[in-house]
Design a protein around this ligand. Sequence first.
Ligand code: 3Y8
Ligand code: NAP
Length: 260
Amino acid sequence: MTRLLLLGGTTEASRLAQHLAECGVDAVFSYAGRTAHPVAQPLPTRIGGFGGVEGLVDYLTFERISHVIDATHPFAADMSRNAIRAGAQAGVPVLGYERAPWRAKEGDHWTHVADMDAACQALPDRGARVFLAIGKQQLAGFATKPENQYLLRLVDAPEGALPLPDAEVILARGPFDAEGDLELLRRHRITHVVAKNAGGAGAEAKLIAARRLGLPVIMVERPALPARDVRDTLKGVMGWLKMHHAVPADTVVDTVPRGV
Ligand code: 3Y8
Ligand code: NAP
């Protein structure tokens, strides 16, 4: 009996949820509860952590989950690591639905760094106008360079003071478009962009805009994950589900992207 757990929170997860709903597959969509009003999904949806690996093992068991599709963001490494471990303990197959990392193209001026501390070190000590397009969970480290000006793009307004003395906040959820991000970088006279190597289309706009303006990008590489089954397209995910007899052999495996 097929019952999928879809760990979401990305554009790809939302597209897969749409396809699974259209195919009538029994699936539950899961958000961490990071944002106040996450986008509604066409599947039954749970919100909040599971309670670590053990909590996820219990969830898989009690909810009789037959397969897990981890379509979380490449920087949601704890969730992915927990899913791999819980799946192994519960005997439930887990697939990573992981978009390929971005690669620098002609005209890009990227500096690759391993983590946020290195990203901060790569910035000038003062006088830079930095677009910190990394959300709000990893801002504290940039307080070591308070003489730069920071532009933050967040999903929800921050509760309380930000750890940066000279920061401006704009609220937006994405997915974003290149024209909008070009206008944003110009309006704020940005000199540097800091980005996570998220991959996918939903956050690439700022990189396209930075290329057109010849701006340097400090690119934070994604955390390493343990070995696991991985597919990077919706068609690949549906093929994996068929291989595991989780969906009927005649299930549609490809869709025309719905605006994403
Ligand atoms: C809660 C669900 C969809 C999913 C849309 C994608 C695209 C827009 C780009 C910039 C970069 C950033 C951030 C970003 C993007 C998509 C995708 C993506 C980056 C939502 C969502 C949730 C989150 C969590 C949030 C983090 C933050 C990161 C903002 C929903 C909108 C910076 C990552 O306030 C907070 O605490 C925000 C936390 C994790 C990173 C951080 O460390 O702060 N995403 N983002 C999910 C949950 O609760 O499970 O609210 O609807 C999803 C999306 N965010 O359905 O179309 O697929 O990548 N999200 C990064 O990539 O650097 C913005 O501004 O250019
Ligand atoms: P994380 O650091 O890897 O996970 C921290 C804890 O949050 C997990 O151990 C788990 O709690 C819970 N969690 C994470 N994702 C969950 C999900 N989809 N459903 C239920 N619980 C979840 O995660 P994160 O980086 O904060 O990301 C949180 C969410 O935002 C994910 O859905 C991710 O796809 C989305 N997102 C993240 C980023 C990013 O830059 N990190 C960007 C875009 C979207 P328990 O241990 O209690 O189970």
